[in-house]
Design a binder for this molecule. Structure first.
Ligand SMILES: Cc1cc2nc3c(=O)[nH]c(=O)nc-3n(C[C@H](O)[C@H](O)[C@H](O)COP(=O)(O)OP(=O)(O)OC[C@H]3O[C@@H](n4cnc5c(N)ncnc54)[C@H](O)[C@@H]3O)c2cc1C
Length: 318
């Protein structure tokens, strides 16, 4: 059981300027707009503060949860008993820097803003990332991707903090990127800084590509409702043919299926949306029903792409 007062006092002593919030409503930090409170949230805005936070938590035997932009996250209605650490947007240095023709971005920076910074400089490679509403750290953790592009294609190295606050550098190869995963999905490190190797391109061509991807998103995705993007991962290929979760869900006639305020989008079956006032429990129940129906009709088990954060003993109940 975490003693929140002790943790608070130790963090204050280790980093006097650190932003700390008690009983922070997590629905303010998730793109689904659901989630109860986190007893304590720290928002480090520099490498020094991030180190102090990780080191202090480790000394007290506390395993923090590292939050990005919450765009791939479902938080329990009952909140979480994890200590939440979110790299602040209020930085000691700007979001994006250019060093030796590489772009360097703080883990808490926005992927979309990074893509815009690349466009400004006529650098190609991040066109796919423009409409992904996550942070740079979350993008690396998930190896986010779209329209044939993936984070792994453009990362040159990552600086992370180990559980005891030690700085560690990872080459792209050491990041162990796979489909919607990386080495960081399997360890407990905080992604602090990411370097991107891009190629000089034609600004007009980069812009045209980004505009095309944005138009496709607007046409196909229910961007007018809160969601976490694709709810389920792409299943393994069958007989060498790719299988898409959205197609399976649509084939099973599940578009529009509703539990409370949660609904399988009519526009894109791969998205569960918050139609208004959805509870986390509604979304989890709906996901369970979708999984069951898809399994009954196709024999394929859908695995969530969305991450779950709750209280001890809680988790996906399927
Ligand atoms: C409308 C919409 C469209 C989307 N489209 C796409 C898409 O095209 N492609 C795609 O891949 N995804 C897409 N997503 C999902 C989501 O944006 C990505 O998965 C994104 O990479 C998540 O980043 P985040 O910062 O929001 O991470 P969060 O949701 O905050 O966290 C996700 C995981 O990353 C970990 N994490 C986050 N930051 C750090 C850090 N600094 N250090 C260590 N661990 C960290 C968290 O602990 C958590 O386990 C979409 C989501 C929405 C809402």
């Amino acid at each position: 059981m975490t003693n929140w007062n002790v943790l608070y006092d130790c963090l204050r002593a280790a980093a006097p300027e650190l932003e700390l919030r008690r009983d922070e409503p997590m629905n303010r930090h998730t793109s689904f707009k659901v989630g109860g409170p986190a007893a304590l949230m720290a928002l480090p805005c520099s490498e020094g503060e991030a180190k102090a936070v990780v080191k202090t938590a480790n000394e007290l035997g506390i395993q923090p949860f590292f939050l990005g932009n919450g765009s791939n996250l479902l938080v329990s209605d009952r909140g979480t008993d994890r200590f939440v650490v979110k790299l602040s947007g209020r930085l000691e240095w700007g979001d994006v820097r250019e060093v030796n023709r590489e772009l360097v971005n703080w883990g808490g920076g926005s992927l979309s803003r990074l893509a815009a910074a690349a466009l400004d400089r006529g650098l190609s490679g991040l066109e796919f990332a423009q409409g992904i509403p996550g942070s740079v750290g979350g993008g690396v953790y998930m190896n986010a991707g779209a329209y044939g592009g993936e984070i792994r294609q453009v990362v040159s190295s990552v600086t992370a903090l180990d559980v005891d606050g030690t700085v560690r550098d990872f080459t792209a190869q050491e990041c162990g990127f796979g489909y919607r995963k990386s080495v960081f999905s399997e360890n407990r490190m905080l992604i602090l800084k990411v370097r991107f190797a891009l190629t000089q391109g034609d600004r007009a061509e980069i812009k045209a590509k980004m505009d095309d991807f944005a138009a496709r998103r607007r046409e196909k995705q229910p961007l007018e409702y809160p969601s976490a993007g694709s709810t389920f991962k792409r299943p393994a290929p069958v007989d060498g043919q790719p299988v898409y979760a959205a197609n399976l869900i649509q084939q099973c006639g599940l578009k529009g299926l509703t539990v409370g305020g949660a609904q399988v989008s009519e526009k894109h079956a791969g998205f569960v949306i918050n139609r208004g006032g959805a509870a986390c429990d509604d979304i989890v129940k709906l996901m369970a029903q979708v999984r069951e129906r898809v399994f009954q009709e196709t024999g394929i088990t859908l695995e969530p792409e969305v991450r779950y954060l709750g209280r001890e003993g809680e988790g996906w109940n399927f």
